[in-house]
Each structure stands twice: as structure tokens, then as C-alpha cells.
Design a protein around this ligand. Structure first.
Ligand code: SF4
Length: 339
């Protein structure tokens, strides 16, 4: 048995996609994880994780002093191995200063000189698979089941979602979640209000997102009276619980897509300036990806720029609401057939 520390201080979606790796490592012994404070709230109930140790690298623990303090705390545990799921020099230095003898990460990472083992970064794999391969660099590629992320909302999250939905679930309408937000402007599909209007006769619409997505949520709920606007009203784990209760999620290439992958909610994922080939497509069964495949400027950026460099934003604007609504209706119907 060995004791592992996984350092993953990237975006929320990356933290979700690290859960298959955590489950794999848990077969060998105790697993602790160092995520951002936001991601820590997502992983707190995860059965593969013994201890979640948040690292507030941009605020309370910023700079070299913060790094050193956290390393000193980690040193006490005497980990056997550190998995650098996030590849910065800072993460690598943290593992080194914590006295962890075996440090494993990708051969393309900025901190790779401080690793004791460098694993080939497989651009051809989904990111969840790439991360999982850090635990078995020479082993077989993961199966679909091994690859599926997982999150475990608890009683508090269930209560919060019950309170939000109130009587609406008892009417038996299918819940369809819309996630109109993204940190990157060009990743935001602009037609969520029209989509909500188009689906209002077949589904109870719920809008998910953070506090910063509230203006987008308000625009959607204005267009479809009766929609439940949950933007800024639920914790991340409660948002996962809500998405898990929905029959379909429609989302951009952003964190809610990964929450749906973890909760098994079929997803219509709308990709604009990015493409699923980067390794971040939806993993929930029956998911659908929509993108403008004929557009020569696409993909134009690994993350998606804030403004379209060509000014027209056709990668999103050319995807009409009726196309997306059709895919949602098909998913709702296919579930009915399966049932
Ligand atoms: S350059 Fe093309 S892919 Fe990039 S944002 Fe503009 S339309 Fe989209």
C-alpha cells in the first residue's frame, strides 16, 4: 500500500476530470488531494479521497511563503508519491519541498525538471484518460467505465435542491438544465433565451451557473417565464445534484459539462472556438456535441478568446436555437423509449 498526494490546482473542470485518477489510486492506498478552494468544495465527499487540502495559491497562500507553509504541512504525512495532475513549476516545487520521493507528471509540463518520472502527454486521449494514465503509465488505456468522473453530493445538497425546485418536480415535467455561462466570452453560445422559449412546452427549464452568470440567467428566465434561475443560488456540489436530476443539460464547453459527466446526465455540448479533440468533451452516456465543423478558423484558441479575433463569432452564431432544441427533444424522446 502507498500513500499518494494528487496536486490539481487547475480549473474546476480539470478537478472533476481528475476523479477517475483518484479512484484508480485509491485501489493502492490512501489518497489526499490538493485542489483550489473552489474545487475542494466539490471533492469533499468523494469516497476515493481521504483528505482534501485546499491550496489558495492566489490569496491566503500566495507566493513563496505560502508555498513553503503548505509544503511544511504536507511533509508531516510522508507521502510515497505525488501525482502532478497540474503541471506548473509551483506544483512540482510543492511536491519537492514536501519531501515526496516519487513525483510523477507529464513530459510537457512546466515543472517537469523536478519530476522523478515523466509520462508522455497523450494528445489523442480524453483529458480524464490522460490524467488516469499518470497512475499507470505503461498500462492499458482506461475503459469507458474507468473513465467516467464521479461526484458525490450529500444530504445538504439534496435539501438545497429540493428547496430550490419546490413543487415543480411533482408536476412530472422533464427537467432540462441550461448553462449559459463561461469565463471566456467566445465560448458563450448567445441563443439560450431563444432555446428556453423553444423548450418551454416540453420541459421545466432550470438555469445553472455561478453568481457571475446571473445576468445571463436573468435573460433566459425573462424569455421563458416559469424557468427556475439557479445561477448564484447553489454551491458547486448542489449544482451537480441539480444537474444530476435533469434529463438533459445544454451547455457550452465549460465546467457544468463536466459536472454532468460526473452525474451521468446526457449533455448537448456546444463548442465554438474550441473542439472536443482537445480532450475535454462530455463523458455522460448519450451526450451530443454540436459545433460548426466547416468553419476554417475553428478552433482558434485552446481556451477560447474573450473576443472573436475575426469579429463575426460565426462558430457560435451559425448554430441556431432550433438545431439545439431538436437535439434536446431527441434526447428526451430517446429516454422515453428506453424507459
Ligand atoms: S475566429 Fe472563428 S473560431 Fe475563433 S471565435 Fe471567431 S468565429 Fe470562433
Amino acid at each position: 500500500m502507498s500513500t499518494s498526494l494528487v496536486i490539481q490546482t487547475s480549473f474546476l473542470g480539470d478537478a472533476v476530470l481528475t476523479t477517475p485518477l483518484l479512484s484508480q489510486l485509491a485501489n493502492r492506498g490512501a489518497v489526499d488531494v490538493v485542489p483550489t478552494p473552489a474545487a475542494a468544495a466539490l471533492l469533499v465527499n468523494h469516497p476515493a479521497v481521504r483528505t482534501v487540502i485546499p491550496y489558495d495559491k492566489h490569496d491566503a497562500e500566495r507566493g513563496l511563503i505560502g508555498l513553503w507553509r503548505l509544503a511544511r504541512r504536507l511533509r508531516v504525512t510522508r507521502y510515497d508519491v505525488a501525482i502532478l495532475a497540474q503541471g506548473s513549476w509551483r506544483s512540482a516545487a510543492l511536491a519537492l519541498l514536501a519531501g515526496i520521493p516519487s513525483r510523477i507528471g507529464f513530459n510537457t509540463s512546466a515543472g517537469r525538471l523536478l519530476y522523478t518520472k515523466r509520462v508522455k502527454y497523450r494528445a489523442d486521449l480524453h483529458h480524464a484518460a490522460r490524467l488516469l494514465m499518470l497512475a499507470r503509465p505503461n498500462g492499458r488505456a482506461p475503459t469507458e467505465d474507468e473513465l467516467r468522473p464521479s461526484l458525490v453530493p450529500g444530504q445538504a445538497e439534496r435539501v438545497a435542491v429540493d428547496a430550490l425546485l419546490g413543487e415543480r418536480t411533482s408536476r412530472g415535467d422533464a427537467l432540462v438544465a441550461l448553462a449559459p455561462g463561461s469565463i471566456w466570452g467566445t465560448k458563450r453560445w448567445p441563443f439560450y433565451p431563444e432555446l428556453a422559449r423553444a423548450l418551454a412546452d416540453v420541459a421545466q427549464i432550470v438555469i445553472v451557473g455561478s453568481e457571475t452568470d446571473a445576468p445571463l440567467g436573468a435573460a433566459v428566465s425573462d424569455a421563458a417565464p416559469g424557468a427556475v434561475d439557479a445561477t448564484g443560488r447553489l454551491s458547486l456540489l448542489a449544482s451537480a445534484e441539480l444537474i444530476g436530476r435533469c434529463r438533459v443539460l445544454v451547455t457550452n464547453d465549460s465546467a457544468p459539462m463536466h459536472l454532468a459527466s460526473a452525474m451521468g446526465t446526457p449533455t448537448v455540448a456546444i463548442f465554438g472556438p474550441t473542439v472536443p479533440d482537445f480532450g475535454f468533451g462530455p463523458l455522460a452516456p448519450r451526450s451530443v456535441v454540436l459545433g460548426h465543423d466547416a468553419l476554417p478558423c475553428r478552433p482558434c484558441d485552446r481556451h477560447g478568446p474573450h473576443r472573436c479575433p475575426l469579429g463575426h463569432h460565426r462558430c457560435m452564431r451559425d448554430l441556431p436555437p432550433n438545431l439545439v432544441a431538436e437535439r434536446v427533444r431527441a434526447l428526451l424522446l430517446s429516454r422515453d423509449v428506453v424507459a
